[in-house]
Write a protein that binds this ligand. Structure first.
Ligand SMILES: [Zn+2]
Ligand SMILES: [Zn+2]
Length: 273
């Protein structure tokens, strides 16, 4: 059973990239800091041009990738928004899968928002006897605002927010450009929503993946109302917004916005074409 599953999911010979203008986002895990009865911790998979990229790697990202039928061989990079366990806790399991079934053609770049996290992660991997060949997975640091990554398919820019200790510890929103589309992944924000990323306020955004746990909707509505957003998807969903009644209350709270608002669930797929 295990052998058959891993053979399918970790095929050594990557399929030839199939270029497509469609950007597909799968919200693998959509909960807040804790798992809930219907949601696991944060992780979102972005697929474009035959490649895939993760924003955040909350537990159990590895299992959710497998359950969603996603091949690890397509994964090119992982971008962690901040060093809270619900966003980074699934990395050891994910890295184990990536080194156990290495790709022959490329290395997976894992970007941590705090350089201080790299050595402890390496130590924890060694303690669990996970050997990490540097040509399979590279641990890298986001060292400040600006360009983080560009592989010719997807470009990622970091915008600092104040979620961690009021901005004293590094925490980022990511602005993502791929296939002529612009996507924002806010990561966790501050309690007054004042650090909602400026690039989303200033230029059109095809899809904004925004957390909805750390601020009240009434703080966000006046700011969002002025943003040129085409589609808003809430993830990192707090307990009050769980279930049909909670979701209805949340949608009602944002009903005045001039763009569509959706609530992500674990395993939902959002396509931009
Ligand atoms: Zn969080
Ligand atoms: Zn957090």
């Amino acid at each position: 059973m295990l052998r058959a599953t891993t053979a399918v999911l970790h095929e050594r010979r990557s399929p030839r990239p199939r270029w497509s203008s469609v950007v597909r986002i799968t919200t693998l895990g959509t909960s807040h800091g804790d798992h809930t009865y219907c949601r696991f911790n944060s992780s979102s998979l972005i697929e474009v041009g035959g490649r895939s990229y993760l924003v955040d790697a909350g537990e159990p990202v590895n299992g959710l990738m497998i359950r969603a039928g996603k091949t690890f061989s397509a994964l090119r990079a992982v971008f962690i928004t901040h060093m809270h366990e619900d966003h980074v806790g699934g990395l050891p399991d994910l890295i184990k899968a990536l080194v156990k079934y290495p790709r022959e053609t490329h290395c997976v770049d894992v970007f941590l928002p705090d350089p201080a996290g790299i050595a402890p992660l390496e130590g924890w991997l060694r303690a669990m006897n996970i050997r990490r060949p540097p040509d399979a997975v590279a641990l890298r640091a986001v060292t400040g605002p600006g360009a983080v990554f560009d592989d010719g398919v997807m470009a990622v820019r970091a915008v600092p927010n104040r979620h961690m200790a009021g901005g004293r510890l590094p925490s980022y929103s990511y602005i993502i450009e791929a296939a002529g589309r612009r996507i924002a992944a806010t990561g966790d924000l501050s309690a007054d929503f004042s650090d909602f990323p400026a690039p989303v306020r200033e230029a059109p955004c095809d899809l904004c993946l925004c957390e909805i746990t750390h601020y009240p909707p009434e703080a966000a509505v006046p700011i969002l109302a002025t943003c040129p957003i085409r589609r808003m998807v809430f993830n990192h969903v707090h307990n009050p917004w769980h279930g049909p009644e909670g979701e209805a209350r949340l949608i009602h709270a944002f009903a005045s916005l001039p763009f569509p608002v959706e609530i992500a669930h674990d395993g939902d797929v959002f396509e931009i074409d």
